[in-house]
Design a protein around this ligand. Structure first.
Ligand code: V47
Ligand code: SF4
Length: 388
């Protein structure tokens, strides 16, 4: 693919050509150039460049992990208009609230199974406080010390810390000591206040979100970052969002993965907003790969995109397909995502990756390689009992 890029550069206008040359020379592109890529870059142009960067960083390697989700509650004090999942506290009888025992039962149901990570994320319930979650973390670690706990968006933590009247640094140290290993990237949405004030005015703002991730990085923890795209934001808002993340990453180096999340319009206050096309989605992944030069990984979340589109992203800069999530993940199925009951066996995920000529690698949360499936035959893989 990379040998054809110089030829491709002769077919585009001078600004795109200069951007392309910078990318080939491993130079950083500016916010203006990022916007120009969205405005003028064709799918073929963006895809070729993003794939070049992806292969420069990772070759054909495509990571996934074996994880499961716990969603403690969908009761939430906030009112994000894009959210199909939450129930306000007054209507909490329509939602769910898991006890510590119920959550430990979920953890125990994976005993003996080769999962490496539990991902804990949910709504912001006014009664599930810092102490409640610290206790849960301790119990999980006591039961299964080697299980990596990736938990709580900056939105959940901001509320927990403020309610407990602790500083962000104190709160983060406390949860880290209780067993929290890393943080997922949710709650970022679009940072720019012109958009944030329209779609999710009442939760933590951009500076608060970034402060919490910085505190986690200062504690030596890694975190992810998301961007909810494809609703009322402009290209400039997307680049502004990515730029704030790129700037923090320059300072801390604590982000592992950038995860663009496609807005799904099922059953929420923004159902009148049309969803983006697959072409727009692929362009977004490609620009993300090109702009976020200091983020090691770009992840596509397959339960949201569907399996075939997730395969397609692997040619547009993506090198990670998340994990073999089981069907407790409701935030997307409730918003009308492709996968109503998202669950893939390891064999199925490996096959998806191999079908598009990439090299499946099981990783742990910190991208240490657990197993490389390069030489595994996909015709016999379903027969391997360890991969179900
Ligand atoms: O912040 C909510 C998004 C996020 C909708 O770090 C929606 O590994 C689309 O952040 N359409 C939470 N998206 C989930 C999240 C996540 C997911 C997978 C992996 C990781 C990780 C993090 O879900 C929210 C919000 O941006 N979301 N509603 C919707 N209608
Ligand atoms: Fe609550 Fe998160 Fe839904 Fe916003 S996106 S309403 S914070 S559950």
């Amino acid at each position: 693919m990379s040998t054809s890029i110089p030829q491709l550069l002769t077919t585009v206008d001078s600004q795109l050509r200069q951007i392309g040359e910078k990318i080939l020379a491993e130079e950083r592109i500016t916010p203006e150039e990022g916007v120009a890529l969205f405005e003028k870059g064709s799918l073929a142009f963006l895809g070729a460049l993003a794939n070049h960067v992806r292969e420069r960083k990772h070759g054909d390697k495509t990571y996934f992990n074996r994880n499961f989700h716990i969603e403690p509650t969908n009761v939430c004090v906030y009112t994000c208009h894009f959210c199909s999942y939450s129930r306000v506290y007054a209507h909490r009888d329509e939602g769910w609230e898991l006890s510590q025992q119920q959550m430990m039962d979920i953890v125990k149901s994976y005993d003996g199974k080769p999962v490496t990570e539990v991902h804990i994320v949910g709504g912001v319930h006014p009664k599930m406080n810092l102490e409640f979650f610290a206790e849960l973390l301790r119990k999980i670690k006591e039961h299964r010390p080697e299980l990596h706990i990736k938990g709580f968006t900056a939105v959940e933590l901001d509320y927990m810390f403020r309610k407990a009247k602790v500083s962000v640094t104190e709160g983060m140290k406390y949860l880290h000591a209780a067993g929290l290993d890393s943080m997922p990237g949710g709650g970022a949405e679009i940072f720019h206040p012109d958009v944030r004030n329209v779609i999710c005015a009442d939760k933590v703002d951009a500076d608060g979100w970034l402060e919490i991730h910085e505190a986690a990085h200062n504690e030596g923890m890694h975190t992810n970052a998301t961007m909810l795209y494809g609703h009322v934001e402009t290209y400039a808002h997307r680049i502004d969002h990515m730029d704030r993340l790129r700037t923090l990453q320059d300072k801390t180096g604590g982000f592992n993965t950038f995860i663009p999340l496609k807005f799904r319009n099922g059953d929420n206050d923004m159902s009148h907003v049309a969803e983006t096309s697959v072409i727009e989605d692929m362009k977004l992944y490609a620009v993300a790969r090109l702009y976020m030069d200091n983020f090691p990984h770009i992840k596509a979340y397959w339960p949201m995109l569907g399996r075939q589109n997730a395969q397609l992203t692997l040619s547009f800069g993506v090198n990670d397909l998340d994990g073999t999530i089981d069907d407790t993940t409701k935030i997307y199925s409730m918003a009308g995502s492709e996968e109503q009951s998202p669950s893939l066996s390891t064999a199925q995920l490996v096959s998806l990756i191999k079908q598009v000529g990439r090299e499946p690698v099981e990783r742990d949360t910190l991208y240490n390689e657990v197993r490389n499936f390069k030489d595994v035959d996909i015709n016999t893989i379903e027969l391997d009992p360890s991969l179900n």
